[in-house]
Design a protein around this ligand. Structure first.
Ligand SMILES: [Zn+2]
Ligand SMILES: [Zn+2]
Length: 82
């Protein structure tokens, strides 16, 4: 099951689990669409993998399967994958 992390690792923008706009890699590194299209160039800066749209979790399922609240933020900021 996806963790559905609450914010972008680059800019800390909120990424609610019931809204589109979040992008994740296979390890669930989580970023907003703006950072992915901009500075990241579509690649995860942590693992170099693809960043794809995170599926939305329907609100009625969130009650039983809550999204993660643990916020992750890259202290050094984001740069494109090497
Ligand atoms: Zn961002
Ligand atoms: Zn990654």
């Amino acid at each position: 099951m996806l963790q559905m992390r609450p914010g972008c690792e680059c800019c800390d923008k909120d990424l609610p689990p019931e809204q589109r706009g979040a992008r994740i890699c296979s390890f669930e590194c989580t970023f907003c669409a703006d950072c992915v299209a901009g500075v990241l160039g579509g690649r995860c800066p942590n693992c170099g993998g693809e960043l794809l749209r995170r599926p939305v979790r329907p609100a009625d399922r969130l009650a039983r399967f809550p999204a993660s609240t643990r916020r992750k933020l890259k202290a050094e900021g984001c740069a494109a994958a090497a």
